[in-house]
Write a protein that binds this ligand. Structure first.
Ligand code: ZN
Ligand code: ZN
Length: 359
């Protein structure tokens, strides 16, 4: 099969022929029809994850089952499927309670094994992790769910319990941030979207964000407690919302965006950390004095288990959520290989989707 291959950390990636995968016991091989290019792929390319080389990235995918391993009961060749980026083992207490997203023995395509920037991908524990894609949902829309959209959905619903009428601050309106804007509006919440790029904010406005704020970087205007790496964003959010938002999401993953999110909250507000914060430059400073004094909740969110997909898919089937609107462009494997090393500097107004069948 053709695949995007990383031979070394932090160096150019190439598209070349590699051996086809075989299904693991309990798993399947899927022909990839759509796979998203995500900041997490860039983290793996940059060496922030422990990946074995050579490596094939890609973890947001949808396609058709082409081979079924021993012991799979629920799936057959020809099924249209997608999968969460965290694939649980299917046997532990967490998987059995419906929380495969925190399985200690989890597999992640594109991280723990070869991923979906390829014509074919092997997936583990199919009976636990595969999700049927309804005929009315395109492969591209389904692929967008696996990481960023589902993560935003779970962050706002199961974790932050965002309610109609509440204010939500979304720091960073890339793929996961725009997903959060769309989902929050569908839930009846009010949204302040923050980003460094006007084009990303325009996309947030188009999805119904009530206010957008162009972040200009760190300031030393004395708004913040000493030494914090935040910006003037929190003060502007407090103005717009009359005292801060009830819920805030850091959809980027940096010391500053995390602090901006936490400090944008109203007293007793809930922060959800969605953007990854690998401790490559040491652990980030978090404004814990504010967390204590204002009784803030700090929540983590790590994808969403396949068991929780039906509620989200029902909202997509009804048209209440439209993840396909978040797809900005579709590229082939060759272009994906060129985009991956510069993805941290990209400012797309939405998601980049790869169609491996395009060449
Ligand atoms: Zn992702
Ligand atoms: Zn498990």
């Amino acid at each position: 099969m053709r695949a995007v291959v990383m031979d070394r950390i932090g160096e150019p990636v190439v598209v070349r022929e590699v051996p086809d995968p075989t299904p693991p016991a309990g798993g399947v091989v899927v022909r990839v029809h759509a796979t998203g290019l995500c900041r997490s792929d860039w983290h793996a390319w940059a060496g922030h994850d422990d990946v074995a080389l050579p490596h094939v990235p890609g973890h947001e995918l949808a396609g058709v089952v082409v081979e079924v391993g021993a012991g799979v009961e629920r799936w057959a060749v020809g099924d249209r499927v997608t999968v969460p980026f965290v694939c649980g083992c299917g046997r532990c207490e967490h998987c059995r309670s419906g929380n495969a997203q925190v399985c200690p023995q989890q597999e992640q395509p594109g991280f723990t094994h070869w991923g979906s920037f390829a014509e074919l991908v092997a997936l583990h524990a199919a009976d636990t992790n595969l999700v049927a894609v309804p005929e009315g949902v395109s492969f591209a829309a389904a692929a967008s769910l696996g990481c960023r959209f589902a993560t935003a959905f779970r962050a706002l619903t199961a974790r932050a319990r965002l309610e109609a009428g509440e204010w939500l601050t979304v720091v960073g309106t890339g793929g996961v941030g725009l997903s959060a804007v769309m989902i929050a509006k569908a839930l009846g919440a009010r949204v302040v979207a923050v980003d460094r790029h006007q084009v990303a904010l325009d996309a947030a406005s188009a999805l119904g964000a009530d206010h957008v704020l162009l972040a200009t970087g760190p300031t030393t205007d004395g708004v913040l407690p000493d030494g914090l790496p935040g910006s003037d964003v929190p003060a502007r959010v407090h103005e717009l919302t009359g005292g801060g938002s009830q819920v805030a999401v850091d959809a980027v993953g940096s010391e500053q965006t995390c602090a901006d999110s936490v400090l944008s909250l109203r007293r007793r507000g809930r922060h959800v950390q969605v953007g990854l914060l690998p401790p490559v430059g040491g652990h980030p400073r978090v404004p814990m004095a504010r967390v204590i004094g204002w009784e803030l909740d700090l929540l983590g969110s790590h994808g969403m288990a396949a068991a929780d997909y039906p509620a989200m898919l029902a909202l997509i089937a009804s048209g209440a959520l439209r993840p396909q609107q978040l797809i900005e462009r579709v590229v082939g494997l060759d272009e994906a290989a060129a985009l991956l090393p510069v993805f941290d500097r990209a400012s797309p107004a939405g998601m980049t989707m790869i169609d491996p069948l395009r060449g």
